[in-house]
Design a protein around this ligand. Structure first.
Ligand code: PLP
Length: 362
């Protein structure tokens, strides 16, 4: 007997940990609100619930492995061919596959930083090298620095717009200029997890961009605007070779029959769901306007969250949030991301920010 344990890959020692948003601690008698994971505060629509309950009756069977009905509904919804649609267990599941099909040891995956925390994790799991280009002024993508960072080893570029966690967007003209500089053998994925919340007319239109460029793909999710975070379903729209590779590398039967049914029902209920999104966008405007009035100077958000670059006062701010039963998401010493949630939760945030020491405002 030795005390040796199974040998795992060295890459794992380089993994940052994914800090999922925590539920509120419940230290007071105030209703706790979770504003730390960018979830949709609205529960499922009755029709979506019904579709899930129906599908549950068949849970002794495996799901449709290719999610055909859902893929067809998405193809029709977005005006693309069915073979350009690949489904996955949340867009994070597809993200992992996108790295797997493009990059391994010695290859580079390029993205802005800060951006979505799953990018470095998936890159390192694949054994590839993350290349992080700091955000530029206004917490926005610095696409010209990103173009400069491309090397002969670059295999995948992630562009997150609206960006998680800063809420900033890339404009179409900026993206076009960038893409003109990217060699066409590098896959560029536009992560549009929050696109439904974006009201900036200059923003990137991922699907239009993909249509004109064979090396561009679009990543979307049902987790945020569609309120299905717990169901785990997302999709990628990509040209045939990439979409085929995604289908080849998917975990067999990954997207459950309940998730497929919920997503189809949600596409059919899109009008109603988008009214909820409009409501959340109005709440975002209300919160941003109130914070501006309080003297905060924050980057404008086009997503369902806001970004507070608090610097040194970050710990104090998070503590105060916890004291009033709001869980928010801290990013080391950079800032705090707060999801736009229930009206009462947003109100409570605004009460708290009003009393926060003014010199902590940037
Ligand atoms: C939330 C999020 C996703 C999607 O996650 P799912 O796996 O689909 O739940 C993808 N990209 C970004 C930037 C996100 O913030």
């Amino acid at each position: 007997m030795t005390d040796r344990t199974p040998q795992l890959r060295d890459a794992l020692t380089r993994l940052p940990s994914y800090a999922a948003g925590k539920p509120p601690v419940g230290a007071t008698d105030l209703t706790p609100y979770k504003l730390s994971s960018n979830e949709n505060p609205f529960g499922p629509l009755p029709g979506v619930m019904e579709a899930i309950v129906d599908a549950a009756g068949g849970m002794n069977r495996y799901p449709d492995p290719m999610s055909d009905r859902l893929a067809e509904a998405l193809a029709e919804r977005h005006g693309v061919t069915r073979d350009h649609v690949a489904l996955g267990t949340g867009s994070v599941g597809i993200l992992q596959q996108l790295v797997q099909i493009t990059a391994g040891p010695g290859d580079e995956v390029l993205y802005a930083w800060r951006s979505f925390e799953a990018y470095p994790i998936m890159t390192i799991i694949a054994g590839a090298t993350p290349v992080q280009v700091p955000l530029g002024p206004g917490h926005r993508h610095d696409l010209s620095a990103m173009a400069d960072a491309i090397t002969e080893n670059t295999r995948l570029i992630m562009v997150c717009t609206p960006n998680n966690p800063t809420g900033s967007v890339v404009h179409q003209s900026e993206l076009d200029e960038f893409l003109d500089r990217v060699p066409s053998n590098i896959l560029v994925v536009i992560d549009e997890a929050y696109v439904e919340f974006d009201r900036d007319p200059l923003s990137v239109r991922g699907l239009d961009t993909y249509r004109n460029r064979p090396n561009v793909a679009v990543l979307r999710t049902f987790s945020k605007a569609y309120g299905l975070a717990g169901m785990r379903v997302g999709f990628c729209i990509a040209h045939t070779r990439v979409a085929n590779a995604l289908r080849q590398t998917q975990v067999p039967f990954g997207v459950s029959s309940l998730a497929q049914a919920a997503a189809i029902a949600s596409i059919n209920a899109e009008n109603e769901l988008m009214q909820r999104v409009d409501h959340l966008v109005a709440e975002r405007h209300r919160v941003e306007a109130a914070l501006a009035q309080e003297g905060w100077d924050l980057p404008p958000s086009q997503a369902n969250f806001i970004w507070l670059p608090l610097g040194e006062r970050i710990g104090e701010f998070v503590d105060i949030c916890e004291q009033v039963n709001l869980s928010v998401r801290r990013y080391a010493d950079d800032g705090v991301r707060v999801t736009i949630g229930e009206t009462e939760a947003n109100d409570r945030l605004l009460t708290l920010t009003r009393s926060f020491v003014p010199d902590a405002r940037h």
